[in-house]
Write a new protein. Structure first.
Length: 272
């Protein structure tokens, strides 16, 4: 067995979730407040809270005496400078596709000397996707617009496109890029999904439909406008499988069960 870090600071929920799935949270000495949404164990363990890879501060990191700092997208340039100033070894991830996320999991597993567990986590994700994909394969394709930000409107990341397609949807637009409300309306989406970074399940669906003039798009007319919890789609980690279940339920509600973290425009609460 090689050397494994004993004091890790995680600057993004994705890293914390991966460590949790690998059974390695005992090495975590610092993480962000957002990590608790997907990994409530960090509260029970009284893990110190620090800024994330967008708001990192060198003094917070160095005070925890980490032997490794791990972060993932999104980054801010000045935050990278703060991370480097802290003086600890730094490992940063910038996945785009599901295959990149699988690779990141295996990198962390190798660092922590739990390669077999890493393989099990990846295979479990792949099986979950295969199950949904096999059920959706024979169903009609549904045109889906999924956004990760509302002002400006930004389409969700490439890994979300992969999940939308696995769930039987046709992803509208170019992932991760800004798009105008008029362009979205012209593409005639049959399902609209908002998963805004940092917004949890609080996207004001009715308000954005009105403000953007989307009253006549097929999704709105058929009341197929949804919010999916930010953490379930924007965290490149095994927790994406929760997002996949929510996507499948939104895209093909007659063929997939209602899912946690999915809210319709007709509801005022999260479906659980």
């Amino acid at each position: 067995m090689g050397y494994a870090p004993e004091r890790i600071v995680s600057l993004q929920p994705s890293v914390t979730v991966i460590l949790g799935e690998l059974g390695c949270l005992s090495a975590l000495v610092g993480c962000t407040k957002y990590c608790a949404e997907l990994c409530p164990e960090v509260i029970d363990k009284k893990i110190a809270m620090v800024g994330d890879s967008w708001t990192a501060q060198a003094n917070q990191i160095s005070a925890l005496r980490p032997d490794l700092v791990m972060a993932s997208v999104p980054y801010q340039e000045k935050s990278i400078a703060e991370i480097m100033k802290a003086g600890a070894r730094f490992l940063g991830f910038a996945p785009k596709l599901l295959v990149d996320i699988y690779g990141d999991i295996m990198v962390v597993a190798a660092l922590m000397n739990v390669l077999e567990r890493g393989r099990e986590v990846v295979e479990r994700m792949q099986r979950a996707i295969d199950v949904v994909q096999s059920r959706a394969r024979e169903l009609p394709k549904v045109r889906v617009f999924c956004e990760e930000w509302g002002k400006p409107v930004i389409a969700s990341q490439p890994w979300v496109r992969e999940l939308v397609e696995a769930a039987g949807g046709e992803f509208i637009g170019k992932p991760g890029t800004q798009v105008s409300p008029e362009e979205v309306a012209a593409s005639q989406p049959e399902v609209l999904i908002a998963a805004w970074c940092g917004a949890g399940d609080r996207v004001p669906l009715g308000k954005i439909i009105e403000q953007r003039g989307w009253q006549q798009v097929p999704a709105t007319k058929n009341r197929r406008v949804y919010c999916i919890r930010d953490e379930y789609l924007n965290t490149p980690a095994p927790s994406l499988m929760l997002g996949l279940q929510a996507l499948a339920a939104a895209i093909h509600p007659r063929h997939f069960p209602q899912a946690e973290g999915l809210r319709s425009i007709e509801e005022n609460r999260v479906v659980s």
